[in-house]
Design a protein around this ligand. Structure first.
Ligand SMILES: Nc1ncnc2c1ncn2[C@@H]1O[C@H](COP(=O)(O)OP(=O)(O)OP(=O)(O)O)[C@@H](O)[C@H]1O
Ligand SMILES: [Mg+2]
Length: 357
């Protein structure tokens, strides 16, 4: 199913004031796509997902499933929520504690009054897919967090919804289990081919799961793109800083020119570079990823700095370096670096991002 979000706005009226949570959201999710909503806490991800699910109504705009308007700021245009046939999985699993795993999964089918033998077939098939068949007679309280979340996912897929909606489903799991479940979830979605909208504040999850990712902040979409494009071509400072680990270095700078050569003047050092699309005398925020900075023995066209601290990350180290009255982080192959060591470093010219102020 195709999902279209057209000029969606959402305001909450509280006793004292009106909060505008979603300001003007527009995008389209393709049929069968794994689409991720990513953003910091409070940016409106859950609110948008709840609107798609029918748990909230938009204040303005339209929500379209295939070619049918299912929700709208104009109440007369809304279709009944139960016709949407979408299934949601929550962070807290939301299983019925008094029902067995089997009955939890069967629940939406019983509501739909499916006949008994067909229910049995579908429940077993879903349980099989999520590898929880041997827990089918247990109560949720007898399961681990990871197993409970599988039950919740089995319950979501059992009635073959037109869309699967996930709100931070892996947040309660430990790191290892989260990675394992993430990989399985991606596989499952591919097998089922069901349009999926997945909310997370974890950029790694977003980047590994999403065919496309929408980055949200303050009620606005900042960028919608594939993981690789978000990483390589962030459209603004926010996306640049939010995506990628270790975080991108971001500085306010000005591009200057001397005898046909472009340079950035830092407090003491000057870095010459071949510009692609920058304007002289314009104030920019410059972005450079820690892995795009090279530590070098050269003395020309380098910045001089001092290592403040070192974090060992396997074969690489993350250096925190003070230089020109600024802090740089540099991700580089491990060598015998020491704290307080003086080093020279330079930027990979092709990897510098310039964001207009
Ligand atoms: N029913 C409500 N009444 C008033 N304000 C609300 C209501 N629901 C959400 N909000 C506000 O809307 C904003 C967005 O909430 P939302 O739950 O969508 O954020 P989120 O991006 O899912 O955050 P998190 O990552 O913490 O789950 C928050 O500032 C929240 O306080
Ligand atoms: Mg949320």
């Amino acid at each position: 199913m195709r999902i279209e979000i057209k000029n969606i706005r959402k305001e909450f009226k509280t006793i004292r004031r009106t909060v505008s949570v979603l300001k003007d959201i527009n995008f389209e999710i393709k049929d069968g796509e794994f689409f991720v909503l990513l953003g910091p806490s409070g940016c409106g991800k859950s609110t948008l997902l709840n609107i798609i699910a029918g748990l909230e109504n938009p204040t303005g705009g339209k929500l379209v499933f295939d070619d049918k308007v299912v929700a709208s700021g104009n109440k007369n245009e809304c279709a009944p929520v139960k016709e949407r046939n979408v299934a949601m999985v929550f962070q807290t699993y939301a299983l019925y504690p008094h029902l067995s795993v089997y009955e939890n999964i069967a629940f939406p089918l019983r509501i739909a009054k499916m006949d008994k033998s067909e229910i049995d077939k579908q429940v077993r098939k879903s349980a099989e897919m999520l590898r929880i068949t041997n827990h089918i007679n247990s109560k949720p309280s007898e399961l681990s967090g990871g197993e409970r979340q599988r039950v919740a996912i089995a319950r979501a897929i059992v009635r073959k919804p037109r869309a699967l909606l996930f709100d931070e489903p892996l947040s309660n799991l430990d790191a290892q289990l989260r990675t394992a479940t993430r990989i399985e979830l991606k596989k499952l979605q591919r097998e089922l081919g069901i349009t999926t909208v997945y909310v997370t504040h974890d950029q790694v999850e977003a980047m590994t799961l999403g065919d496309r990712v929408a980055v949200l902040k303050d009620g606005y979409v900042q960028q919608i793109d594939s993981a690789i494009n978000l990483y390589e071509k962030p459209v603004n400072k926010f996306v640049a800083g939010f995506i990628g680990f270790p975080n991108m270095n971001l500085f306010d700078i000005e591009v200057l020119k001397e005898r046909e050569k472009f340079y950035i003047q830092f407090e003491k050092d000057r870095f010459y570079f071949d510009p692609i699309t920058v304007e002289i005398g314009t104030k920019y925020c410059m972005g450079i990823r820690p892995s795009d900075i090279e530590v070098t023995d050269d003395n020309e066209n380098v910045l001089k700095g001092k290592i403040d601290s070192i974090e060992l990350l396997g074969k690489e180290v993350l250096l925190y370096v003070s230089s020109n009255n600024m802090e740089f982080s540099i991700f580089t192959p491990k060598k015998d670096f020491k704290e307080n060591q003086e080093i020279n470093f330079r930027f990979d010219q092709t990897k510098i991002h310039f964001f207009k102020k």
